[in-house]
Design a protein around this ligand. Structure first.
Ligand code: SF4
Ligand code: SF4
Length: 64
């Protein structure tokens, strides 16, 4: 279950430094998660590190 960034992302950059896999990067219009790199933070944290830091709660776990 990778994390998806919804289109209301405000490009605040808060989530980027939280990711241990460097899976988050700016896309054409807003930040995006590379599903090939996102591991839900397995091996690093108990829960996805990016989701709680998003100020507008636009990061969600989605089924594969
Ligand atoms: S869940 Fe973890 S690995 Fe996936 S994008 Fe967020 S911080 Fe990166
Ligand atoms: S923290 Fe949320 S609003 Fe900020 S860049 Fe990441 S996904 Fe977008």
């Amino acid at each position: 279950m990778p994390v998806l960034i919804e289109s209301d992302c405000i490009n605040c950059d808060m989530c980027v430094p939280e990711c241990p896999n460097e899976a988050i990067a700016m896309g054409p219009e807003h930040y995006l998660v590379d599903v090939e790199k996102c591991t839900e933070c397995e091996g690093f944290y108990d829960e996805p590190a990016c989701i709680p830091v998003c100020p507008i709660e636009c990061m969600v776990l989605v089924p594969n």
